[in-house]
Ligand binder design. Structure first.
Ligand code: HEC
Length: 215
């Protein structure tokens, strides 16, 4: 028992002596930038992993924040089939229609009006005349819905809300597709009854649609 106690005492002293030595060695380095002896260096030097890469650390494979597999679709997300090009715009005008049932139009218009008050009114103005406080300051204020945009088809309204147009930014990040369609109903209310059967904003002959939206 006594012997054991002595052994413990001895090893503690040896360990202490070791530490003191390590201390001296670390101070005695010639290179002023050397960190000296590091006690448990793992704690200060965690491996720095680049994102979106496969790493091997201590024999383990780590997939660091990998991007989803190409073509993955988030649950509940409906991809939008029309490209952000003049052709995509024209195709949307011809083929894209509001999936929200017209029989509940009044409800959609009401919901749309609330959204309009939050996201659009400051540029487009309460009646859609393009006289919102922010809109009036833009180099080209928004045209009136009941003026030049009177016959803008629903597909184009949706397309422009989705991608934005010139000084109007994209609203796809703030509004779900359903919310954008509700806004389409409200914008149509502000447009008033159409004066022409055709789209007066059509700029070029649109090629036949190659895609069908997945609504
Ligand atoms: C920063 C100001 C701004 C905001 C916010 C804004 N718009 Fe616009 N909007 C514009 C301008 C400017 C235009 C005219 C773009 C052009 O044709 O050059 C425009 C055009 C439009 C058009 C016509 C698009 C077309 O195809 O010709 C529609 C429809 C429209 N906006 C709807 C909305 C709706 C709905 C919202 C709210 C979700 C909204 N805007 C928010 C500035 C804005």
């Amino acid at each position: 028992m006594k012997k054991n106690y002595r052994t413990i005492k001895l090893s503690i002293s040896a360990a202490l002596a070791g530490l003191v030595m390590a201390g001296f060695t670390s101070c005695g380095k010639k290179d002023a930038n050397s960190p000296g002896v590091e006690f448990m260096p793992d704690m200060y030097r965690s491996p720095s992993l680049e994102y979106y890469q496969v790493h091997t650390v201590d024999g383990d494979t780590i997939n660091n924040a990998m991007l989803p597999v190409k073509g993955s679709v988030a649950r509940g997300f409906i991809p939008y089939a029309y490209a952000n090009t003049p052709e995509g715009y024209e195709q949307a005008g011809l083929n894209l229609h509001n999936p929200l049932s017209a029989s509940d139009k009044e409800q959609w218009e009401k919901d749309g009006e609330v959204l309009y008050g939050k996201f659009c009114v400051h540029c487009h103005g309460a009646t859609g005349a393009g006289d919102g406080k922010v809109g009036a300051k833009l180099p080209g204020p928004p045209p009136a819905y009941s003026g030049p945009l009177k016959n803008l088809p629903e597909g184009k309204i949706f397309h422009s809300i989705t991608y934005g147009k010139n000084s109007m930014g994209s609203h796809a990040g703030q509004l779900t597709q359903e919310e954008r369609w509700k806004l389409v109903y409200f914008v149509q209310k502000l447009q008033g009854p159409k004066t022409a059967g055709t789209d007066s904003t059509k700029v070029a002959a649109a090629p036949a649609a190659t895609v069908t939206p997945s609504h």
